[in-house]
Every structure is written in structure tokens, then in C-alpha cells.
Design a protein around this ligand. Structure first.
Ligand SMILES: [Zn+2]
Length: 463
């Protein structure tokens, strides 16, 4: 529903103060005609902190094609004076003519509905305008037109009741979350790093919406292979042989086995891809009917149930993956994958072994995947190999202190299918009517057609 591009903590726009209470969602407009959500991310992340002109920010920026969270929901933003300590600020971008694009409104409604669900807020009471707090003329359109504002709040209420899932036209993006788990309890943490925990990056690819390819080249890093093959994303997964510089285990690239079996990997499960769908296959399965496949271990979630320790035993996974010689849980960077009940793929990497990130245990991975809806999940090669990259480079590397991207000699590449632009059928209808000379050029597509227009269309059809 939104992507996350957190700005660095700084006194001007992101003080890092915990937000302990959310009583209101405050709606704003950017007052900046034609400027996109990404423009504002840059402004509040870099320009304003450097110029120190004023204290200002908000949690979300929404435009017709994008929605970005720049400040964690567990932290306070500077957007509504006295309401800052108990509210979340949502900024709506405006078009060049100062209006809200209908897609910006739809997108904002969906986000606010989700926030109302999470914080158990009543949209007709708790969703407010900046104007309602300070009297500022913001958002201008909703101050000038109280009817439109009421429509907005009603739309939020409807979205909550209908539980309708809004599918944005956005491309999938990597989201970041911070977690800790022990004894079956999973907790999400704020990004203030006051408590031990681990940052996890998750990429969800809907079933059939991407193509997958395994490429292997000695000395290659995942981020290099993403660029070379012009892929959208890349991630490491199979273990590799440092001397041969190739992935090991059963690794099928669609045409050949990349390297021979290694150690006990014949007992391991497979992550396989076929026609854009991910599958987890049993040890010993044939994989040459797939587009690519490789073994991983241990299985973390089996048929909807956490099962990491069982499979660590039966698959004889190296002890340093599960527990050390003293029986303590081993924490480190991880790469793991899950498949939910709809067949969507969940790819995750975690940080670890740094001052701010302790790394994940197998249990944490299993619980996290279950929480994301996975019914199957499997562990891949972790430690310093864990990396997820897009065309700009390794996404998890910047904050993974001391861990520059390592050559893992392969990459699982993800090629997204081109997104079909959702067509505005009303606008198209008006254009058709115009082309037929059946209506005047300046016609609001949202007004009901006249009988004369409908009649004209019918006559045209029958002719
Ligand atoms: Zn405002």
C-alpha cells in the first residue's frame, strides 16, 4: 500500500522522538503544485535538514503513482503543532493546477483506512484536517469545500467496512521492518534502536507477476548481476563453494546443473520457480522441469506450521545455522523465502552481527514468515552473503555496518512484468463521445450522462 524510504534522523525533520499514542490522522496538502512524493522525500530528507529553515515533516507523502512513508509510524513528525505527539501526518501532493488527482485521493483513502484499522480509530471523528488543529488553510481544497472533506471521511469509513483491498499500480518494493522473537512470540519494534532486534527487508512478488532466473558467474556480486542482466531485483540464495566460486547443492539454472551436489544437500528441500510461480519441493525431487531451482535448508515453515528445528535435525543442517556447541541460538544475517496460500512469493534478508542488529534465529525467520502469511518457508545462505539488490545496488548494505557486499558467484534475478496502466474508463467514454461529436469538449467525466447522450450512443450502436 505504501513504500518506505525513511529519512535520516535529524533535529529539523525527524527528531527520533517516540510516538506513544495515535489518536488522530491529520490530513495535509503539500501546497507545492506539480511536486511528487519523491520530490518531498528529497526535500524533507536532505534539503530542509541542510537549510535548517524551519522544523517540518510528515509521515506520508502521496501522489497519483506513489505513496512513501518517510518517518516510522512509531516516531513523531513535525506536521501539526500541538497534535504532533498523538497524530500521524499524511501529506497529499497536488497537481499543477492545485487540485488533488483522483488517484491521489483513492490512494490516501486506502492508507488512512489501513491506519484507522491499525489504531482502532473512527474516521468520522479521528481523521482530521490540519485546519481543525491550528486553523491553517490546509488542505486548502478540503477547507474550501467541506462537502468534499466529508466525502473523503465517508470514503475512508466505507473502505474500512468493506475491507476492500486496494491494489496500487505501484511496482513491488522492498519494505523494512524491525523484529525480535523468542519462545514463539514475535514483536515488531520501532526503528529507534533502543531495544535489541533485527532489521528485515521483505520483497513480496505476486504469483505470476514476475519471471525468475538463476545466473551464476565466478566472482560476481548479486548487485552486479542485477545490472548486467537489467533485472528489477536480485537476491542470493544457494550456498556456494568458495574454491570453485559456484553455487553448490542441487542448483538448476533451467538448462543445466550449475554445480554438483555437495555434502548432504541431497536431503534438502528445493526452492523452485516455474512460469513465475514459486514452489518448495521435497528433497530428492526432479527439478529439470522448472525454470530454475536450488536447494536450501532447513525448511522453516511446513504446511502452515513452524518446523525449523525438526528440519534442522532431519536435513542435518550445519549446527552453526541453528545452535552453537553450547546449545545457544545462533543469530546472524539471513536470506530466506516463503510462499503464502495464494502462491505469492516472500523474499527476505536480514541484517545481523552489527551494533544495531543482532541477526535472526531460525525461529525468528519462521515466525516472521508465518506472520506474513507464509505456509511454506525455507532458509538459504545467510551470514555475510545475505543481500537483496535492485538496479541501484545492494539495498540492505548501507546500514549493514562492516559488511560490504560479498561476491556470492550467483544471483536469483527477478524481472517484473510491465504493469498494466489502469484505464480511466469514464474519461475514455467522454473522449469517445467527444470524438463522435455527441458531447461538448469540457465535460466532467463524473457527471451522469444525459438521456440525450445515452440516446445518441444507442443510435450509434444500432446503426
Ligand atoms: Zn498542513
Amino acid at each position: 500500500m505504501w513504500r518506505e524510504e525513511l529519512i535520516p534522523i535529524n533535529p529539523i525533520t525527524r527528531p527520533g522522538t517516540p510516538l506513544r499514542l495515535v489518536r488522530n490522522i491529520v490530513i495535509h496538502y503539500t501546497g507545492n503544485p506539480g511536486a511528487s512524493a519523491a520530490n518531498h522525500v528529497r526535500y524533507f530528507g536532505k534539503t530542509l535538514p541542510a537549510s535548517k529553515e524551519r522544523y517540518a515533516s510528515a509521515h506520508y507523502f502521496v501522489d497519483p503513482g506513489d505513496a512513501v512513508l518517510i518517518i516510522p509510524l512509531a516516531e513523531l513528525a513535525y506536521h501539526a503543532s500541538q497534535a504532533n505527539p498523538y497524530s500521524i501526518g499524511v501529506e497529499m501532493c497536488i497537481e499543477k493546477d492545485g487540485s488533488f488527482h483522483p488517484e491521489t485521493v483513492r490512494r490516501t483513502v486506502a492508507i488512512v483506512a489501513e491506519l484507522c484499522r491499525r489504531y482502532e480509530l473512527n474516521p468520522l471523528r479521528d481523521v482530521i484536517r490540519h485546519y481543525d488543529v491550528t486553523g491553517k488553510h490546509c488542505p486548502a481544497h478540503y477547507v474550501d469545500d467541506p462537502g468534499a472533506w466529508e466525502d473523503f471521511r465517508q470514503a475512508v469509513e466505507k473502505a474500512i467496512k468493506s475491507k476492500e483491498v486496494y491494489v496500487p499500480v505501484n511496482r513491488p518494493t522492498v519494505i523494512k521492518e524491525r523484529i525480535i522473537a523468542r519462545d514463539g512470540m514475535l514483536e515488531y519494534l520501532p526503528f529507534n534502536y533502543n531495544k535489541p532486534g533485527t532489521d528485515v527487508r521483505l520483497l513480496k512478488i505476486e504469483r505470476g507477476k514476475a519471471k525468475f532466473k538463476l545466473v551464476a558467474r565466478p566472482d560476481a556480486k548479486v548487485s552486479e548481476l542485477v545490472k548486467e542482466h537489467d533485472a528489477d531485483f536480485g537476491i542470493n540464495f544457494p550456498y556456494f563453494d568458495p574454491s570453485a566460486k559456484l553455487p553448490v547443492g542441487t542448483v538448476w539454472d533451467g538448462t543445466k546443473y550449475v554445480n554438483g551436489a555437495w555434502g548432504k544437500t541431497h536431503k534438502w528441500h528445493f526452492l523452485a520457480f516455474k512460469d513465475g510461480c514459486a514452489e518448495i519441493r521435497l528433497p530428492g525431487s526432479a527439478v529439470h522441469d522448472s525454470d530454475c531451482a536450488f536447494s536450501g535448508s532447513p525448511l522453516l515453515v511446513s504446511n502452515g506450521r513452524a518446523a525449523w528445528d525438526y528440519y534442522r535435525e532431519v536435513e542435518e543442517t550445519a549446527t552453526d545455522i541453528g545452535r552453537d556447541a553450547n546449545g545457544n541460538l545462533v543469530r546472524c544475517q539471513r536470506t530466506f523465502a516463503g510462499i503464502d496460500a495464494e502462491g505469492n512469493l516472500l523474499l527476505a534478508v536480514s541484517d545481523g552481527r552489527t551494533r544495531s542488529d543482532q541477526g535472526l534465529t531460525l525461529e525468528e525467520m519462521a515466525l516472521y514468515m508465518l506472520d506474513k502469511g507464509a505456509v511454506w518457508a525455507i532458509n538459504g545462505d545467510g551470514g555475510g552473503s545475505s543481500v537483496i539488490a535492485d538496479r541501484s545496488g545492494g539495498i540492505n548494505q548501507d546500514e549493514n555496518v562492516g559488511a560490504n557486499e560479498r561476491a556470492v558467484h550467483h544471483a536469483l534475478l527477478i524481472f517484473l512484468q510491465p504493469v498494466e496502466q489502469s484505464k480511466d474508463w469514464k474519461q475514455e467514454s467522454v473522449e469517445w463521445l467527444n470524438a463522435q461529436g455527441l458531447t461538448d469538449a469540457v465535460r466532467d467525466p463524473d457527471t451522469t450522462p444525459t438521456w440525450a447522450e445515452l440516446g445518441a450512443v444507442l443510435r450509434k450502436m444500432m446503426r
